[in-house]
Design a protein around this ligand. Structure first.
Ligand code: TYD
Ligand code: MG
Length: 454
C-alpha cells in the first residue's frame, strides 16, 4: 500500500496518540510529553522490512513445553520470581531506580549460569572495561560471556541471528537505536521499535532476552508503558538507595505467579541472596522503645516478619502532619479514624509518622492491627512486649477480621523466637500446630488488643 508519510504525536508517559501536538497529553494529563513520530508508509514499518516469521500453524497438542524449556539460573531468589527459571524465548524487562543493581544482577546471572551456555551482554551504557571491572568485583571468571558495546538494535539483532547465543542481555533499552527512526534514543518510538525487533528476534530463535529499562521520576518504566505490554515478564527492583536491601518483584509474568518476591542484599561483592528475610527485617530492632510492633505479612508464598513503627508527637504549628512510609497513607488515616471514633484515642492535634522498617512495602490488611498497636504504643509512650507479634484486619467498627494463612504467620513468628501472638479470634480455627512456647491470644475487638499496651 503506497501512501504519504504521516506525523503523529505520542505521549512518552502513557502512549496516547494524537494527530496534533499539544503541551498537555489528553490521555494522562502529563505536560511536555508529546513526542513526534513519523510513520513512513511500508518502509519504516519494521514488520514489513524484516519478515522473520513464516506463516504456519500447528496443533496445540503437538507443541511440547516441558520444564526443560526453562533455564535455571542458580540464583534461587531470581528463579523463584521468574516462576522457576528463565523460559526460553521469553523477554524479561527488569526495571528500577538508577543504581539499584540491575546491571549487577544480570552480570551475576551470567556468573551463576552453568558453563556451556553462551551469553551475549549488550551494553549501551558502560564500556567493556567498566563491565570487566564489575565482573571482577563480583567474581565472574568465565569465558562464556561475550560483551558487545553497541547501540544499533539492528546490528545487535543481526549478531544474535548469526551467533545464536543462549541468553541475551540488553542494558539498557533506552540506549538502543533503530536507524529507520529519526527520533532520539530513549524516545517512546525508539524504545518501542527496538523492543519489538528484539522481541521478534528472540521469539523466532527461542532465545531468552533480559532487557533493562529505566524508570522515570514517577517510578514508571521511562517512556513507554507500551513496553510492559509487549514483554512477557516485568520485574521491578525496589529498595531504598541508602539501605542495602533490595526486593525483586514480578509485576507481570506470563510464566509464573506475580506475587513472588526475591530478597537481596547489596554487598561489596555484588548482590547476595537473603534466605531469611524475617531476620533481616528485624535486625537492629530496639525492644524497650515505644511505638514499635512486629507483624507478619505474606509476600508471595512466604511469611515475613516486619516491624511497624509509629511516632506520635505534639503538632508544632498548623495542621497535624501525617506521613506513611511503606504503608498506604489513606489506610493510615482510616485506622486513625477508627482509633478516634471507636477507642476515644485522639490524634487530631498530634503529628503521626508511620514507618515500615527495612524498606519493605506492606499492602496487606493483615498489618492493620500492628499499625494500630504501634500508634497507640507511640501515643501512650509505652513499649510493647518484645516477644509479641500482632496481625489482623481492622474493620470500621473496630472489630478484628480474619486474615488468610494465619497458621504460617504464627509459625514464622515462633521460628523467630516470639512467644505471644495477638490475632483475630476467627483465625484461631486455622491454627493447626504451633510450638508449645507460642501463646495465642484471639481477640475480636481492637479494644481487647489495645488492652495489652499497659
Ligand atoms: P548497578 O547494577 O550499576 O545499578 P543499575 O544498573 O540498576 O543502575 O548498581 C550500582 C550500585 O551498586 C552502585 O551504587 C554500586 C553498588 N555495588 C555494590 O555495592 N557492590 C558491588 O559489588 C557492585 C557491582 C555494585
Ligand atoms: Mg546499569
Amino acid at each position: 500500500m503506497a501512501g504519504k508519510s504521516k506525523t503523529v504525536y505520542i505521549c512518552s508517559e502513557c502512549g496516547y496518540e494524537s494527530p496534533k501536538w499539544s503541551g498537555k497529553c489528553m490521555g494522562c494529563g502529563a505536560w511536555n510529553t508529546m513526542e513526534e513520530d513519523v510513520r513512513l508508509p511500508q518502509k519504516s514499518a519494521v514488520t514489513a522490512s524484516r519478515p522473520i516469521h513464516s506463516f504456519s500453524a500447528r496443533p496445540l497438542s503437538e507443541i511440547d513445553a516441558d520444564d526443560e524449556h526453562r533455564i535455571v539460573t542458580g540464583i534461587s531468589e531470581l528463579d523463584r520470581v521468574l516462576g522457576g527459571g528463565i523460559v526460553k524465548g521469553s523477554v524479561v524487562l527488569i526495571s528500577g531506580d538508577p543504581g539499584i543493581g540491575k546491571s549487577t544482577i544480570l552480570l551475576q546471572v551470567c556468573s551463576a549460569l552453568q558453563s556451556g551456555l553462551n551469553i551475549l551482554y549488550v551494553s549501551g551504557e558502560e564500556s567493556a572495561i567498566q563491565i570487566k571491572l564489575r565482573a571482577k568485583r563480583i567474581g565472574l571468571h568465565s569465558g562464556q560471556v561475550s560483551i558487545m558495546t553497541e547501540t544499533d538494535v539492528q546490528a545487535v539483532c543481526e549478531y544474535i541471528n548469526s551467533a545464536k547465543p543462549d541468553l541475551v542481555i540488553i542494558d539498557s533499552i533506552q540506549t538502543m537505536q533503530h536507524s529507520d527512526i529519526s527520533s532520539s534514543p530513549g524516545s517512546i518510538v525508539q524504545v518501542r521499535e527496538s523492543a519489538n525487533l528484539l522481541l521478534r528476534t528472540g521469539k523466532s530463535l527461542d532465545i531468552p532476552i533480559f532487557i533493562v529499562g529505566h524508570v522515570n521520576k514517577g517510578g514508571d518504566i521511562a517512556g513507554p508503558k507500551v513496553m510492559e505490554h509487549i514483554v512477557d515478564t516485568v520485574l521491578y527492583f525496589e529498595g531504598e538507595r541508602n539501605q542495602p536491601y533490595r526486593i525483586l518483584r514480578a509485576v507481570k509474568n506470563r510464566f509464573g505467579s506475580t506475587n513472588e518476591i526475591g530478597v537481596f542484599e547489596m554487598t561489596e561483592a555484588g548482590l547476595r541472596e537473603v534466605e531469611n528475610p524475617s531476620a533481616m527485617m528485624l535486625s537492629g530492632r530496639m525492644s524497650d522503645v515505644s511505638g514499635g510492633c512486629i507483624t507478619c505479612i505474606i509476600e508471595g508464598t512466604r511469611p515475613i516478619l516486619a516491624e511497624v513503627q509509629g511516632l506520635v508527637t505534639a503538632t508544632g504549628f498548623g495542621n497535624a502532619r501525617r506521613t506513611a512510609t511503606g504503608f498506604d497513607y489513606n489506610r493510615l488515616n482510616l485506622l486513625l479514624a477508627v482509633l478516634e471514633k471507636r477507642m476515644g484515642l485522639y490524634f487530631s492535634n498530634l503529628d503521626t509518622y508511620l514507618n515500615i522498617v527495612g524498606g519493605m512495602r506492606v499492602d496487606e490488611p493483615a498489618a492493620d492491627l500492628a499499625v494500630a498497636m504501634a500508634l497507640v504504643s507511640g501515643l501512650r509512650d509505652i513499649p510493647i512486649d518484645e516477644n509479641l507479634i500482632a496481625f489482623g484486619e481492622i474493620g470500621l467498627s473496630g472489630e478484628l477480621r480474619s486474615v488468610p494463612r494465619a497458621n504460617e504467620r504464627v509459625n514464622e513468628a515462633a521460628r523467630m523466637g516470639f512467644k505471644k501472638c495477638i490475632l483475630p479470634k476467627a483465625c484461631l480455627k486455622q491454627i493447626t500446630g504451633t510450638p508449645a512456647s507460642m501463646k495465642l491470644i484471639g481477640v475480636s475487638r481492637l479494644s481487647e488488643a489495645i488492652a495489652f499496651i499497659k
